[in-house]
Design a protein around this ligand. Structure first.
Ligand SMILES: *[C@@H]1O[C@H](CO)[C@@H](O)[C@H](O)[C@H]1NC(C)=O
Ligand SMILES: *[C@@H]1O[C@H](CO)[C@@H](O)[C@H](O)[C@H]1NC(C)=O
Ligand SMILES: *[C@@H]1O[C@H](CO)[C@@H](O)[C@H](O)[C@H]1NC(C)=O
Ligand SMILES: *[C@@H]1O[C@H](CO)[C@@H](O)[C@H](O)[C@H]1NC(C)=O
Ligand SMILES: *[C@@H]1O[C@H](CO)[C@@H](O)[C@H](O)[C@H]1NC(C)=O
Ligand SMILES: *[C@@H]1O[C@H](CO)[C@@H](O)[C@H](O)[C@H]1NC(C)=O
Ligand SMILES: *[C@@H]1O[C@H](CO)[C@@H](O)[C@H](O)[C@H]1NC(C)=O
Ligand SMILES: *[C@@H]1O[C@H](CO)[C@@H](O)[C@H](O)[C@H]1NC(C)=O
Ligand SMILES: *[C@@H]1O[C@H](CO)[C@@H](O)[C@H](O)[C@H]1NC(C)=O
Length: 405
């Protein structure tokens, strides 16, 4: 076969490390189930992994623990997954570039969102932004759904935390759909290289991102769920492309006096549109001071403090407590407060610069402790909350209905 002789040539050209993926995974004891899976489905696996037009790729190989968890969760072995679903899954485990240890270290401060080969519209109804396309080989190459590799375990202290196996580092974790996080063991050049690129090890299967409806409910954001139920906005949200949902958590809704229950539908719709951005904003691409126009046209400004484990992101007055909850059409950033309009924050801050726990103070605080931040957020809500909601209702709602229809 032409395909395999070309692979051999490529392997030879790459030198001593070059081997097929099958050869490479066979050497790693914790990948025994995946190795057996490859062997038992050789025709399929070869077609997929020897497709050189996809190279270079980085495969996130599920270890034996991942196979066992899958079996325990679904009461059926991974091998029984129907072919289309299997293909979607393999594609979602395949990153479209050569993701080396040093690339992950570079991205470690903010984490790294990386496109995969998964392009099925059911799991990927978003378009790649300019910066991501430039970073990962162009619009077409980078068009697949992303995984988010967290930077939290990286940083100077844990950078070289060696595992028992030589040449490997417990780098971080991988975020996939439905808020799922699995551990990632990053392999170095000795073990993790094969002729098509690289591979690293994950200890659970990744979950392809799905509808906002299922994702938001799974994340336990029940007041937001209530708001979307009442405004009947689920279908609009789920059939839109490129969405960032800035989703206050239940405590945030509680602090703001339960607007999801108290506002009428028109006002609530306006508030939700204010919390929705018409583009996808992975946290690693966010910059301090960056501004977005919400669907309701109000401005949302990003504030970033700290780095690495301490990197804290705010949208207006609200702190992000769970970033990059991936959905088929974008993502949710979970917030610790209901956002107030930027204009309102500014006028508040300049009118009473020192006497009020203003949004500015909140945003320049340390932001490292959840208790401190949410207490500050609560003060902001208490002081400007009522006015903000009124402002949203009166000034902006009228025009919104047009967008939704
Ligand atoms: C994984 O491999 C072990 C040992 O070969 C085997 O006993 C087990 O059934 C396999 N598990 C799955 C889910 O394939
Ligand atoms: C190989 O990959 C290319 C690019 O992703 C794809 O268009 C093609 O269908 C694949 N071929 C096979 C046999 O899967
Ligand atoms: C989605 O976002 C991309 C990149 O920001 C943009 O080019 C594209 O027009 C957007 N698509 C829709 C349907 O809004
Ligand atoms: C990740 O590793 C931690 C610590 O070893 C463990 O408690 C956790 O269960 C692992 N996560 C998964 C998804 O296996
Ligand atoms: C939203 O509606 C769904 C479907 O009717 C329901 O199952 C769910 O409990 C509702 N959520 C809340 C928070 O009321
Ligand atoms: C993807 O988004 C478009 C809007 O840009 C929508 O018309 C289409 O139905 C969506 N597709 C899926 C599979 O959700
Ligand atoms: C919704 O509430 C706002 C503010 O309380 C009020 O101005 C508006 O008239 C109400 N709209 C409807 C349709 O009741
Ligand atoms: C994070 O903040 C803590 C407490 O302020 C500090 O001790 C630590 O060095 C910081 N870590 C990083 C990676 O900045
Ligand atoms: C937002 O602004 C655009 C033009 O800048 C306008 O077409 C649209 O109607 C406005 N939407 C709202 C809700 O005010």
């Amino acid at each position: 076969m032409l395909g395999s002789s070309t692979t051999l040539l490529l392997a030879a050209a790459l030198g001593a490390n070059a081997q097929t993926l099958y050869e490479a995974i066979s050497r790693i004891p914790v990948l025994s189930n995946f190795t057996a899976f490859y062997r038992n489905n050789e025709a399929f696996a070869n077609l997929y992994f020897k497709n050189e037009s996809n190279y270079p790729i980085t495969f996130l190989a599920p270890d034996d623990k991942a196979f066992a968890s899958y079996q325990a969760q679904f009461n059926t072995p991974f091998t029984d997954v129907p072919p289309q679903q299997l293909l979607d899954l393999l594609q979602y485990h395949t990153l479209v570039s050569d993701v080396t240890k040093s690339k992950l270290d570079e991205g470690s401060a903010a984490g790294l969102s990386v496109p995969t080969l998964l392009t099925n519209g059911k799991f990927n109804n978003r378009s790649v932004g300019v910066s991501m396309a430039a970073k990962f080989g162009g619009d077409e190459r980078a068009s697949g759904q992303v995984v988010f590799i967290k930077g939290e375990n990286a940083g100077p202290s844990s950078k070289f935390r060696l595992m028992t196996r030589q040449d490997s580092v417990l780098q971080s974790s991988v975020r996939s759909g439905m808020s799922s996080d699995v551990n990632l063991t990053v392999l170095g050049d000795k073990e993790g290289v094969w002729s098509g690129g690289r591979f690293h090890i994950v200890d659970g299967l990744l979950t392809p991102p799905t509808l906002c409806k299922d994702t938001i409910r799974d994340a336990g954001l029940s007041n937001l769920d209530n708001a979307l139920n009442r405004t009947k906005l689920w279908d609009t949200l789920d059939s839109s492309k490129n969405v960032t949902c800035l989703g206050p958590n239940d405590k945030a809704f509680g602090d703001a006096g339960r607007p999801d229950a108290k506002l009428n539908e028109t006002a609530l719709t306006g508030a939700i549109m204010f919390h929705t951005l018409p583009e996808v904003t992975y946290s690693d691409y966010l910059k301090d001071g960056q501004e977005f126009k919400s669907l309701q046209n109000g401005t949302v400004r990003v504030k970033i403090e700290g780095s690495g484990k301490n990197r804290t992101i705010w949208f207006n007055n609200a702190r992000v407590v769970d970033a990059n909850v991936l959905t088929h059409n974008g993502l949710v950033h979970v917030l610790d407060a209901v956002m107030v309009p930027l204009e309102d924050m500014n006028s508040r801050a300049s009118a009473t610069p020192s006497s009020t726990p203003s949004a500015t103070e909140t945003r320049t605080g340390t932001g490292t402790s959840a208790a401190t931040s949410s207490a500050a957020g609560k003060s902001v809500i208490a002081s400007v909350g009522t006015r903000a909601w009124t402002w949203i209702m009166y000034m902006l709602v009228g025009a919104l209905v047009g967008i939704i229809e």
